[in-house]
Design a protein around this ligand. Structure first.
Ligand SMILES: *Cc1c(COP(=O)(O)O)cnc(C)c1O
Length: 370
């Protein structure tokens, strides 16, 4: 180890303070702190340019973005979703009085298995809320096809998928809306923040109204909105972070390659493959500890922790295991065997741009039992 600081799965990136100063001076000068101020407008535009998407509405965080996207698209009844995510995904449904219907995972992509969606549809189903889990894209082609066949809307929880591209196009361009998070732990952060990305200007307008208490032009109240606005400070951080994010993802890519190379042939460890048409953001480095690993998942986590490597299990328990969800018919364990197996075998290894190659070598040494 280069030093004895503990190593965590994610480490928030802070840009040089000097780059933020001119923006802060602008805020202090204008005294506009919130409510779609000048930095907010610039960041919203710069974000669309960076991602190559038509419309984005900045919001205070990804969770509120999900709640508002569902509301803007008038989703009701039942929505198909995944049990393997942060609880924010299905909480956003409950906040809208929508019933989550959990569908099992594809064991290769760790995202929702499109082949199992049709069997879960009922006359009350109005939408699909899949998650690009770990930043790995869902099968957007199959999901879009199913949605078209059955007249359903698709809202992607794309919280961890900033910068992910599929055949050169932003993954956020898919679905009726995609929601990305700029939380401190994400690949791109504004401390707290997020955006709802959509193709249709009317949807963007509804999200813009909903994030500001439902106020439309002329201060008429047109919907039951929330206060989900992004402040000028967070927008300033976003404008600075945009300058750095590509280089940070490049460094993540190098670390990903190093992990994959060193873990090749390691008994009992599987690294989910990224399809060739995907440009990943390497938000996480999930591995699956399979039954033939010498230690098993939990003993391996303990071993790493003794060496100050705080790798973590993820989405264990599943959302469907929590008391408020576990009585739903779709939460039955026999409905979700792949998700269960994955939740008991996943470890996310440390991956942040400042991780040293030597630390990756140490971590792989611990996994391989050297
Ligand atoms: C981070 C995350 C969220 C929540 O985003 P916040 O900005 O923290 O509210 C929701 N879903 C997934 C899959 C996430 O990774």
């Amino acid at each position: 180890m280069p030093d004895d600081r503990p190593i965590h799965v994610t480490r928030p990136f802070l840009p040089p303070l000097a780059e933020l100063t001119p923006y802060l001076e602008e805020i202090w000068e204008s005294r506009i702190l919130s409510n779609a101020g000048p930095l907010h407008e610039r960041f919203e535009g710069a974000l669309c340019d960076h991602l190559g998407v038509d419309h984005a509405s900045l919001v205070a965080n990804g969770t509120l973005g999900l709640i508002l996207a569902l509301r803007a698209l008038k989703i009701t009844g039942e929505v198909i979703t995944t049990p393997s995510s942060y609880v924010a995904t299905s909480h956003a449904l409950l906040w809208n009085q929508i019933t989550p219907v959990f569908v099992d995972l594809d064991p290769d992509t760790l995202t929702i298995d499109p082949a199992r969606i049709e069997a879960a549809l009922t006359p009350r189903t109005t939408a699909i809320l899949p998650v690009h889990c770990y930043g790995i894209p869902c099968d957007v082609g199959a999901i879009g096809g199913l949605a078209a066949d059955h007249g359903l809307k698709v809202i992607y929880d794309a919280a961890p998928a900033f910068g992910v591209r599929l055949r050169g196009e932003s993954i956020l361009a898919h679905g009726d809306a995609s929601v990305v998070s700029f939380h401190a732990t994400k690949v791109f952060n504004t401390f707290e923040g997020g955006a709802v990305v959509c193709r249709d200007p009317a949807t963007k307008q509804r999200v813009d109204e909903l994030r500001n208490l439902g106020l439309a032009a002329g201060a008429t109240v047109v919907s039951t909105g929330l206060n989900a606005k992004m402040s000028e400070f967070n927008a300033a951080v976003g404008l600075v972070q945009l300058r750095h994010v590509d280089a940070l993802i490049d460094r993540r890519r190098e670390l990903d390659r190093l992990y994959r190379r060193l873990l090749t042939g390691c008994r009992g460890i599987r690294c989910p493959a990224l399809p060739a048409e995907v440009t990943a953001n390497h938000a996480y480095f999930p591995i699956l500890v399979e039954p033939d690993h010498a230690l098993g998942r939990d003993a391996l986590l303990e071993r790493m922790a003794r060496h100050r490597i705080h790798a973590r299990s993820y989405f264990d328990p599943l959302i469907s295991d929590h008391p408020m969800y576990r009585d739903l018919p779709s939460a039955r364990p026999e409905n979700l065997p792949v998700a269960r197996r994955v939740s008991r075998s996943v470890i996310c290894l440390p991956l942040s741009p400042d991780l040293a190659d030597a630390t990756v070598e140490t971590i792989v040494g611990l996994i391989a039992g050297a």
